[in-house]
Design a protein around this ligand. Structure first.
Ligand code: SF4
Length: 912
């Protein structure tokens, strides 16, 4: 058996490269490290990241993260040397040069666990190890001989997973009104007797209870807009009345979030509602879009030869995880976020049901399917934790599924506008159209996999019902007009095939002609232009494309009608599963019909009159000069109108809440961005200011001597500020290119000072993992863009400085220009920027004992935007040198926020 302690171990960071071999650790050059790793398998932690540090992305080796995923699937691990040491109970290395030795000890410790009798995840490991051996997994020679062969054959994953039970549909909830004293008693029970009194939270809970009253008017939910500053404790403030109502009325409350981080936090809070984990799992259910979950049929296909090479190894590790997962959620659930990136994302998306090809009851795993299980569990739950997009889709389609949300709490409510904007938008693009073609036609040419077209999914229907069979054949014929594989190449070469490809060629021509006039063509990223004054070629192409889509939609409508007729006739062969499958097909045909109808409306607009309710434009999507999609887009000028019609008006009670609901603006802004303005009686309002001592614990520094566009100066400022703070810095950018440029200039310098720097769009890791790493190491810093502005909840010392590269102005897109015009010009822009500043500032102080500084590297920060910050927060305008001195004193220096030296909001010192 190979002794892992003798294997060479490699560690590479921005600070250097170290190899341990034969009991000695030495620093070495990139070239030496690469050739050593090519000669012999080396132990390493996170091969893509190590490869990136070496400038050799294809680096392979014995990755300890893969071994962890095999050993403890579904167990959390921060994928850093420190995180690994903590998880295994090993000493945390004091210096980077000690890391290779840690990797060796960690390999020994993990391999020893394979034979341990108390290894919790041993079931299925022997069988998986045999399969991985056949796939030549690098760890196999070390892993397989150490796992004792089980006496009996192990149960395969698909027989091991539990089946969900079919349950009676839940009756409508009872009509009840909550008693305020009971709500407050429930709140006390949730917070615990020891908790300090929080008057803001009690007032919040009382206000939230009103949303659960019986509804008084048609088309008017009991609606509350509630702004509760950070630290009020709004989560338990709304869970108290929500859980009380759910119990008394026997109904379901949907709690909707925008970020996965809050979803996870809410899931943890559910244990306060139901301390028994089994009960909590039944009463509180996390629900996500189906594309998040593992599809067992896709997994089975991957395990049986559908995947090859590294993707097949990933499939084996995912199968190990599926057997221990809480809910089969692959994105933000208990599958480590870093696992798919170890495989360069090769294969992980093909394991979910992204393309809507589910065959429902026709699937052999239907009764064990994670997606079906979560949908069923949510029908009977007290609290369903979902996201804004899913709540909106369920509200829109809820009549069909019987799961229309009726009582909804939108937490992170300041994102409701954006979520509605994307949910109710339409895009006719090459990527969207080819997806439709695949859904109808199935695999073409040499493509592999289990994907089936419409004809194969409904073959029994085609043989039973002649008219239905004809409709399927007509749809497959008509789908030939949609773009096929390699469509983009043909379009770029001006050799489009079929009317849709011809349309995209015309769109591309117009975009390049007009966007180039605007001087944007060289930027290498997305290009767009308004859909106005189309030329003759575009109008003609749109008409041809519309004809083709019209020919396609007709047989789909006919087919849906035939399927409905079959359900009504109920022939002998239509047993329960067959019925469920046909109902599923009717629903998904309906969604495609709606999609094509929306495309047709969009095409009718080309050459026709503009609709003032919509903003239409055309795009060529590019990354670093490489095109990847072409399309026409339509967004509502005000997306809260469809939000009000489809989600708010049919609901009984709605709470929209956030720490920054007004976005540093006025209540009118909150009412407009939540859709309350479109309700006959508007919404009630509640406000509770944060109890935190912002004047004493936070400070805003506006650095006035960094010239705009000077990357060298910007990079130097970031490096010096991070050094002054000793790490713990969140750096926020509005452009990926600048983020990358700054990171490239400063990462090595900071690493040499023992200050690791991570970055979104640079490090090959998902955002959730980057935030986990940042949280775990107080000396680490993280650079990122929009998603980090308010998706990061890092309380304590790990986040003590936020640095924004400048004022977060909006990008001058067609959509933004239209909304700006309709929304009051500068005032509209100011509201958006204040909201972004308020969200970014909100990252800094998460608990009463936190303290920190917020730096904006821009002299152009207008004073009128400073109302974005909490009242009384000191604001100073100063030079970078002065800012460095200020930051060096934070946060250990208790004098942060000395009033004598600092001005205050609205009268800040150092004003030019
Ligand atoms: S029921 Fe659908 S989603 Fe579930 S495993 Fe089967 S094909 Fe996949």
């Amino acid at each position: 058996m190979i002794d892992p302690a003798v294997l060479p171990a490699l560690h590479a960071s921005h600070g250097g490269i170290w190899l341990r071999e034969g009991g000695h650790t030495q620093g070495l050059a990139k070239g030496q490290a690469i050739s050593r790793a090519a000669e012999t398998p080396v132990l390493l932690l996170n091969a893509p990241l190590t490869g990136q540090r070496l400038g050799y992305p294809e680096l392979n080796g014995l990755d300890l993260l893969e071994l962890w995923a095999f050993l403890h699937p579904a167990r959390f691990l921060v994928p850093t040397p420190k995180g690994l040491a903590a998880a295994l109970g090993l000493p945390v290395p004091a210096a980077e040069s000690d890391i290779p030795a840690l990797l060796q000890s960690a390999a020994v410790a993990m391999l020893n666990r394979l034979a341990a009798s108390d290894w919790a995840e041993h079931e299925g490991a022997w069988t998986a190890a045999q399969s991985l051996h056949r796939l030549r997994w690098a760890w196999s020679p070390l892993v397989a001989p150490r796992i004792p062969r089980p006496r009996e054959a192990e149960r395969w994953l698909f027989s091991k997973l539990p089946e969900w039970e079919e349950a009676q549909p839940r009756p409508a909830p009872r009509t009840v009104s909550l008693d305020e004293s009971e709500v407050l008693a429930r709140l006390d029970a949730l917070t615990g007797v020891q908790a300090e009194p929080r008057p803001g939270q009690r007032a919040y809970a009382a206000a939230a209870s009103a949303a659960f009253r019986p509804r008084a008017h048609r088309d008017q939910p009991n609606m509350l807009l509630a702004e509760a500053g950070t630290g009020i404790g709004k989560t338990l403030g709304y869970l108290a009345p929500a859980s009380l109502w759910a119990g008394q009325a026997q109904g379901t409350v949907w709690v909707s979030t925008y970020t996965k981080a809050l979803q996870r936090q809410l899931d943890r809070e559910s244990l306060r509602l139901f301390p028994d984990p089994a009960m909590a799992a039944r009463r509180v259910v996390v629900r996500k879009g189906r594309e998040n979950y593992l599809c067992l049929l896709n997994l089975e296909d991957a395990l049986q030869g559908g995947f090859s090479g590294r993707a097949a190894i990933l499939a084996q590790l995912v199968a190990r995880w599926a057997a221990f997962s809480k809910d089969g959620d692959m994105v933000g659930g208990d599958l480590p976020g870093w696992l798919p990136t170890l495989f360069r994302r090769n294969g992980s998306t093909a394991l979910t049901d992204r393309r809507g090809e589910c065959i429902y009851a026709g699937c052999p795993h239907y009764r064990k399917c994670f997606i079906e299980r979560s949908a069923r569990a949510s029908a009977d739950a007290d609290i369903v934790i979902a996201n804004h997009a899913l709540v909106m889709i369920n509200a829109a389609r809820g009549r069909e599924t019987g799961q229309r949300p009726q009582r909804i709490i939108f937490d992170e409510g300041h994102h409701l506008f954006d979520a509605a904007d994307s949910t109710f938008s339409v895009a006719l693009s090459g990527q969207e159209a080819i997806e439709l073609r695949r859904w109808i036609m199935g695999p073409e040419g040499g493509s592999r996999g289990r994907r089936r077209g419409l004809a194969a999914r409904l073959s029994d229907m085609a043989s039973y019902d002649e008219e239905g069979g004809q409709a399927i054949r007509a749809a497959v014929d008509a789908a030939q007009a949609l773009p096929a594989d390699e469509w983009l190449k043909r379009v770029v070469a001006a050799e489009p095939f079929g009317p849709l490809e011809a349309l995209f060629a015309a769109v591309r021509g117009t975009v390049y002609a007009r966007a180039a006039d605007a001087g944007e063509a060289d930027a290498g990223y997305g290009l767009e232009t308004e859909l106005a004054e189309p030329d003759g070629a575009l109008v003609e192409a749109a008409q041809e494309a519309a004809l083709a889509l019209d020919t396609l939609v007709k047989p789909l409508i006919r087919l849906a009608r035939r399927l409905e007729a079959v359900i009504e006739d109920a022939p002998d062969w239509l047993d329960g599963p067959a019925r469920a499958r046909i109902e599923g097909a009717v629903a998904s045909l309906g969604w495609r019909r709606d999609l094509i109808a929306a495309w047709l409306a969009l095409l009718a607009r080309i050459g026709g009159p503009a609709d003032p309710d919509f903003v239409d434009w055309m795009t060529v999507d590019r990354v670093e000069g490489r095109e990847y999609d072409i399309g026409i887009h339509r967004h509502w000028l005000d997306p809260t109108r469809p939000l009000a019609e489809t989600v708010l008006k049919p609901a009984q009670g709605v709470i929209v809440t956030s720490a920054t609901l007004k976005g540093g603006g006025e209540w009118d802004n909150a009412a407009a961005r939540s859709g309350a303005v479109h309700l006959p009686h508007g919404a009630d309002r509640f406000e509770a200011a944060s109890p935190f001592d912002y004047p004493g614990r936070a400070e805003v520094l506006i650095v006035t001597d960094i010239k705009r566009g000077d990357i060298a100066a910007l990079s130097g400022a970031y490096a010096r500020l991070i050094e002054a703070a000793g790490g713990g810095t969140l750096g926020l950018f509005t452009a990926i290119r600048r983020l990358r440029a700054v990171h490239a200039r400063i990462a090595d310098r900071l690493a040499r000072a023992g200050l690791p720097l991570y970055a979104q769009h640079v490090d090959p890791m998902d955002t959730g993992t980057l935030v986990d790493i940042f949280r775990d190491d107080p000396r680490a810093s993280l650079l990122g863009t929009d998603a980090l502005r308010d998706g990061v909840d890092v309380p304590g010392h790990s986040l003590r400085l936020v640095v924004m590269e400048g004022v977060p102005w909006s990008k001058p897109t067609v959509l933004h220009a239209a909304r700006r015009l309709a929304g009051g010009g500068n005032a509209y822009d100011d509201r958006l920027i204040r909201a972004r500043l308020a969200q970014a500032f909100g990252r800094l102080i998460r608990r009463a004992e936190d303290r920190g500084r917020f730096v904006i590297l821009s002299a152009a920060m207008p004073s009128r935007l400073l109302t974005a910050f909490p009242p009384g927060t000191p604001v100073r305008r100063l030079t970078l040198d002065e800012a460095i001195i200020a930051v060096s004193s934070s946060p250990r220096d208790q004098s942060l926020g000395q009033p004598a030296a600092l001005g205050h909001q609205g009268s800040e010192s150092g004003l030019p």
